[in-house]
Write a protein that binds this ligand. Structure first.
Ligand code: 5GP
Ligand code: MN
Length: 339
């Protein structure tokens, strides 16, 4: 854990005029919620702020207040690059190595702006000048709220900020069920609801916004594509580009599919492989001691948390699965021992 003092944050922020907030490739609820939550806060403090994303995010996050102002580096490259160059301060949220923002990483690295990391993923790089990093935090949204508190500005939290931060807390904790959910998480959630976050409405907007296709992909993955490997307490699902087209796949449609096999009694490790953008995107989830951050780092150029991580593979889908099946025996004992 490294949380720099409120005094050092205040010093840097007091001198900053142009601020950029960047989050990771394929932003999720925590990435967008924390970025836009911080955006509303910094605007209230009188700063010029822009949120940049490396690529697009799912439609179900477009309800977040401030969504219209978000700049997509893939679509508005020049504008994004100029903002990074001119920034006095660059907040990097919900990731901790430049590899997670792809092309944008080069310009951030080259920028003279002071870099600040707010993040809860394991094994952070050390590119920043200021840190608010804690792997025990449920989400980056939790950390943004704690930072605002530490800066003595809790009273400034209003409905827009609360809505954004509540969203990331909800999605990164799997609706407050993962072990990362603590008494502190619930304390913050309580504050956010008191400040106007409409918990039932946010839940419905995110989770009851399926298209027919999305539900059919889920059904197809579970009935046709789930391979359970009892000798490893593991399961994997794969989805090719052709299968995605058949189900009119839209970004975000398979988010969460990887969690389902973990509800099988005794199962400890779930993997999901999907073709896209010339690579195979890999998602891992585990229960208990099995560390998928280590697994993703070691074998799939990725990382994340102990029980939720991702990565990529640049060989074919078929070969990626073959590699995965070759690696599994190395973990047989661990997968059978771990609680
Ligand atoms: P997901 O499987 O939902 O894409 O990601 C699970 C967790 O792992 C998230 O916290 C995400 O930020 C992280 N993650 C996903 N893909 C990568 C990757 O390629 N590299 C790293 N370092 N982390 C990843
Ligand atoms: Mn997160």
């Amino acid at each position: 854990m490294r949380k720099d003092s409120a005094a050092s944050f205040k010093k840097v922020l007091s001198k900053a005029t142009n601020i950029v907030i960047i989050t990771h490739w394929s932003p999720d609820g925590d990435a967008m919620g924390s970025s836009l939550g911080l955006y509303h806060y910094l605007k209230l403090k009188g700063k010029k702020v822009n949120v940049l994303v490396p690529n697009e995010y799912p439609k179900f996050l477009e309800f977040l207040p401030g969504d219209k102002s978000v700049i997509n580096h893939q679509k508005q490259t020049k504008k994004a690059e100029t903002l990074v160059q001119k920034a006095d301060v660059i907040f990097t949220l919900d990731f901790n190595s430049f590899g997670r923002i792809e092309e944008l990483g080069k310009s951030v690295q080259a920028s003279k702006g002071i870099k600040i990391m707010i993040d809860h993923h394991r094994e952070p790089d050390n590119y920043a000048q200021l840190y608010f990093h804690d792997i025990n935090a449920s989400s980056t949204c939790e950390l943004v709220y704690e930072l605002i508190e530490a800066l003595g500005d809790k009273k400034l939290v209003e409905k827009k900020m609360a809505t954004c931060l509540y969203t990331g807390l909800l999605t990164d904790t799997g609706s407050f069920r993962f072990p990362s959910t603590t008494a502190n998480t619930h304390r913050i959630v309580s504050d956010l609801i008191a400040k106007g976050a409409d918990n039932a409405e946010i839940y419905n907007t995110i989770h009851d916004d399926n298209t027919v296709y999305r539900l059919k992909i889920l059904g197809y993955c579970l009935s046709e594509k789930m391979n359970v490997l009892p000798e490893y307490n593991a399961s994997y699902i794969s989805l090719s580009g052709e299968e995605q087209r058949k189900f009119n796949y839209q970004k975000g449609d398979t988010e969460g599919v990887v969690n389902y096999p973990l509800s099988i009694r005794g199962l400890k490790f779930s993997a999901f492989f999907s073709e896209g953008d010339g690579i195979v995107k890999v998602s891992f989830r585990s229960k208990g001691k099995f560390d998928v951050n280590q697994f993703a780092r070691k074998h799939f150029s990725g990382g994340g948390h102990k029980n939720a991580a991702g990565g990529k593979s640049d060989v074919s889908l078929k070969q990626t699965i073959a590699n995965f099946l070759d690696i599994l025996p190395l973990y047989k004992k661990e997968l059978n021992d771990s609680k």
